[in-house]
Write a protein that binds this ligand. Structure first.
Ligand code: FAD
Ligand code: GLY
Length: 386
């Protein structure tokens, strides 16, 4: 049923309809428009890039977020990480807009002996998969980041875990998509248009937008896209993340690297914001900012970087990571002819944007399933339950 054979058998680039204007839908739309496809992208919000792509921290954390049992995801993440520098440069040139790409790297901190042992164990696993880390004693780590708490025991430096400003990236992608000839329709919900059991485009309001191929890239909402029977809805679920941003003094950042404390991460932005994230909550689409959520983040951030105490709170927000049954992406054919999925990117959708766009565009243009996305077919969930 989930046929991996060519989805585009004609020599003419296919007309493609995309549901969802986050980084995943926009980047795929951009790549396809560049390749000569007629692409229509429909975003429900009045502005694109306001879903998880807005809420994220923008870490390109292919190294330190990898966990045992996630080896294929680690390979995809490292590939995407390697694509990011050129992707950011090309995107900036194509859009005329910045991405905030920053290659300073990431420090993972341990404040107890137990945490240090756990960190040592984690990086040994990640090194085994090709990850690059430098082990630092407390003095060396505090030399790099003097603001870290004196209770620091050790740290691991991950030179390849960079960051972008995800909000800038989403804005740049929308502009690059338009400039490449893509058609963007915002402020209206899209549903899948099915005829004879095949997807033939999308319906948005009263208008039909016929397409040879349709892609669901609706993030955490992918399960709710209208037009599909329950059996064919991509099994996404929202995983809530609360975050906040403090404002650092102009020209005097408290930290230059992204820093992971025991229970939080801190991401310094070039404009002076210091992002602190994030909670991980199973609460459906409830976007409430809670005292407990912020308390936990602030407490851990303060234990990591005591100097935050005097900083003003600039913004608080919550967003929804697109989870899946195994919290890894769903990329490729959907099980319905003419319909593909690019969703379920969970904690890593910003990191995985260049790889997702490249591999999904390759699939759409040539029918080839890249080995990088082969493990992430949606059919794996059918196998798990059959
Ligand atoms: P989204 O950005 O959510 O876009 C989906 C879009 O589809 C939305 O704009 C929505 O309005 C639209 N849509 C839904 N239904 C319809 C419909 N029927 N019709 C039309 N449009 C529709 N990832 C990282 O790599 N690094 C990080 O540091 C990081 N930090 C994160 C921190 C937090 C707090 C959160 C919540 C996420 C974080 N992520 C991070 C994960 C990352 O944000 C997501 O994986 C990624 O943004 C998913 O992109 P997307 O385009 O699939 O989804
Ligand atoms: N990747 C960071 C987060 O999802 O919170």
């Amino acid at each position: 049923m989930h046929n991996a054979s060519p989805v585009n058998s004609s020599a003419v680039p296919p007309a493609v309809a995309i549901i969802g204007g986050g980084v995943i839908g926009l980047s795929l739309g951009w790549r396809l428009a560049q390749a000569g496809c007629r692409v229509t992208l429909v975003e429900r919000n009045p502005e694109t890039g306001r879903g998880a792509s807005w809420a994220a921290a923008g870490m390109l954390a292919g190294g330190i977020e990898a966990e045992p049992t996630e080896e294929p995801l680690f390979a995809l993440a490292r590939w995407s990480q390697s694509l990011w520098p050129d992707f950011a440069a090309e995107l900036e040139a194509a859009s005329g807009l910045p991405t905030g790409y920053d290659a300073t790297g990431t420090l993972v901190c341990a404040f107890t002996r137990d945490q240090a042992e756990k960190l040592r164990h984690g990086i040994a696993f990640q090194r085994g998969l090709g990850g690059v880390f430098e082990w630092l004693g407390a003095a060396d780590a505090r030399e790099r980041e003097p603001g870290l708490a004196p209770s620091l025991v050790a740290a691991a430096f991950s030179p390849n875990d960079h960051q972008v400003d995800n909000r800038l990236v989403a804005a740049a992608l929308a502009e690059a998509f338009r400039r490449a000839g893509g058609r963007l329709i915002a402020g209206i919900e899209a549903s899948v248009d099915l005829a004879g059991g095949r997807a033939v485009g999308i319906v948005a309001g009263d208008a039909r937008h016929p397409a040879d191929l349709t892609v669901i890239a609706a993030g955490a909402w992918s399960r709710t896209v209208p037009g599909l029977s329950a059996a064919h809805r991509p099994p996404t679920r929202p995983i809530k993340g609360q975050m906040l941003a403090l404002m650092m003094p102009p020209g005097a950042p408290l930290i230059r690297h992204t820093v992971w404390g025991g229970q939080c991460y801190l991401v310094p932005r070039a404009d002076g914001r210091l992002l602190i994230g994030a909670t991980v909550e199973e609460r459906g689409f409830d976007a409430t900012i809670t005292a407990g959520g912020l308390l936990g983040l602030l407490d851990d951030a303060w234990r990591t970087l005591p100097g935050i105490e005097d900083l003003p709170i600039h913004e608080t927000w919550a967003g929804f990571r697109p989870g899946s049954p195994d919290d890894q992406p769903m990329l490729g054919p959907s099980g319905i002819d003419g319909l593909l999925v690019a969703t379920g990117h969970h904690r890593n959708g910003i990191l995985l944007t260049p790889a997702t766009a490249a591999a999904m565009a390759e699939l759409i243009l040539t029918g080839r399933v890249s080995p990088h996305i082969e493990p992430f077919g949606i059919a794996r969930f059918e196998k798990a339950t059959s």
